[in-house]
Design a protein around this ligand. Structure first.
Ligand code: NAI
Ligand code: MG
Length: 498
């Protein structure tokens, strides 16, 4: 769809767009109670996209009150499942009708290539919501095997008011995971998008309302983390908080829960995912392509990005040469170029953070094989070249910390046992891959890898039908699949004695 519109036309559309920029509370767009706004800046050229309502404690209070009212009234939570499904499917239809508009907002906010925004982000957002919508009237409760004179029914009930605090790397997709499962389960919700990327969420809320979602069921409060985000985490009337973002802030949400009402918290906190390539890889070109795409897609700003290449020393040079060739095809371009494969990083501060890690890698003695520099594709833009470091050991900063930019580190190993040991030597455990032609070796390694997702002879395959989340410090709880509904429902036992 994107290639029907050329670069100049996208630039023109971007220059005239007037996004929704207020809080969406109780079915209406409203200013922040304080009247304050913050600047939403495009990472393509630093221009001001919009002044967005700066939600704070008072706005969160209003949104939670609206969510609570709608929940208690039962306008959504007690709507017949078939009817709830129809509303959500109308919402999906509206998202698909507004794909180009939503995609433009996503690219404006975070600088993703426009084709990815259309074909991946907004397409997945709609598909994910459709999948959860279709679950609504296909899930059943259970009867427990209890004594003959008893009947024990086990049912799932919505938790009540669910807060979601989401990041900027996949704004619409991560939002669809949280609101897809949360709304399908019958909750009312308050979403706080990241301050870098509030625009698609605000249009989504409007579309949901047009689709017939009752007022107060989905509220969106843009604003900053330490104010609006913390207020949601600390709120006494929020029953569950779903978070995706940094490990530091994830820990805050556990603390907020402890200091308030012991609300349930689910966390997806990123990683340092290993891509393990053994000497018997077989198709080296296929592995090189997967390794490069696995780390450079979305300019490396992906929680499960395969940032640590753990490769048998016998094939390291050949593989790295091939990875660098693929990297050259992923070079950054203007996000509005319909043929572009890499756009910008999300903002200036993230760009400087990533450049700081590249500097740290050089200082620690690692060698830059390709990239390592900031680029000026469009004036004032946040571009970093795909970067590959070799000569890395697993204790260097660039091998341990999440960089969240287009940076791959290559760590040579000798054989599968050392590969698995190095792969697991990380505080994170979100995802991993293993490349080997030997099915037993690959499968044994997959069992030994401590990660929520392990790919064999591929990387980054995924679907709404499979659970996604972390072992170790990568988080708790799961997004996607029917298992994610567990995180948005309470189990109720109803015992009837005859
Ligand atoms: P962050 O964790 O600070 O931001 C994520 C969300 O949390 C945003 O909505 C933000 O407003 C909110 N938030 C921030 N501080 C908060 C607080 N004190 N209380 C409540 N909510 C708060 O992530 P940030 O600063 O944007 O990025 C820093 C690093 O975090 C990245 O370099 C990356 O390593 C990691 N990250 C991981 C993501 C993932 O997908 N797992 C997504 C985004 C960032
Ligand atoms: Mg932060």
């Amino acid at each position: 769809m994107a290639d029907l519109i050329n670069l100049a036309e996208w630039q023109r559309r971007a220059s005239i767009v007037t996004p929704r920029a207020q809080c969406f509370i109780d079915g209406k767009f409203v200013d922040a109670a304080s009247g304050k706004t913050f600047d939403d800046i495009s990472p393509r050229d630093g221009h001001l996209i919009a002044k967005v309502a700066e939600g704070d404690v008072e706005d969160i209070n209003r949104a939670v009150a609206a969510a609570r009212r709608s929940f208690e009234a039962g306008v959504w939570s007690r709507m017949a499942p078939f009817e709830r499904k129809k509303v959500m499917l109308r919402f999906v239809d509206l998202i698909r009708e507004h794909t180009l508009e939503l995609a433009l907002l996503e690219t404006l906010d975070v600088g993703k290539p426009i084709s990815d925004s259309i074909n991946v982000d907004i397409a997945s957002c709609a598909n994910n919501l459709q999948w959860f919508a279709e679950c609504i009237d296909k899930t059943y409760g259970e009867l427990a095997p209890v004594p003959y004179e008893s009947l024990a029914m086990i049912s799932r009930e919505p938790m009540g008011v669910v807060g979601a605090v989401v990041p900027w790397n996949y704004p619409a997709i991560i939002t669809s995971w949280k609101i897809g499962a949360g709304l399908a389960a019958g909750n009312s919700m308050v979403l706080k998008p990241a301050e870098q990327s509030p625009l698609s969420a605000l249009l989504l809320a409007e579309l949901a309302s047009q689709a017939g979602l009752p007022d107060g069921v989905l509220n969106v409060v843009p604003g900053f983390g330490p104010t609006a985000g913390a207020a949601l985490g600390l709120h006494m009337d929020v029953d569950k908080l779903a978070f995706t973002g940094s490990g530091e802030v994830g820990r805050y949400f556990m603390r907020y829960a402890a200091e308030s009402n012991a609300k349930s918290v689910s966390l997806e906190l990123g990683g340092k995912s290993p891509q393990v390539v053994l000497a018997d890889v077989g198709d080296l070109e296929a592995a090189a392509s997967a390794v490069a795409w696995g780390v450079f897609y979305n300019a490396g700003q992906t929680c499960h990005a395969g940032t640590r290449l753990i490769v048998d020393h016998r094939i390291q040079d050949d593989l790295l040469d091939a990875v660098c060739e693929v990297a050259k095809t992923l070079w950054p371009s203007d996000p509005y170029d319909p043929a572009g494969t890499m756009g910008t990083l999300v903002d200036e501060s993230q760009t400087q953070r990533v450049m700081g890690y590249i500097e740290a890698g050089r200082n620690e003695g690692a060698e830059v094989r390709i990239g390592g520099e900031r680029l000026n594709v469009t004036d004032g833009g946040c571009y970093i070249a795909p970067t590959v470091f070799s000569g890395v050991n697993n204790s260097m900063t660039i091998a341990r910390e999440e960089i969240f930019g287009p940076v791959l580190v290559s760590i040579p190993v000798d054989g599968v046992d050392e590969a698995v040991r190095v792969a697991n030597d990380s505080p994170f455990g979100l995802a991993a891959s293993i490349w080997s032609r030997d099915i037993s070796t690959a499968h044994k390694a997959a069992k030994a890898l401590r990660a929520g997702t392990v790919w064999i002879n591929t990387f980054d395959m995924g679907s709404i039908t499979t659970p996604f989340g972390g072992f170790k410090q990568s988080g708790t709880g799961r997004d996607r699949s029917m298992h994610s509904l567990d995180g948005y429902t309470h189990l109720k036992t109803t015992w009837l004695q005859m």
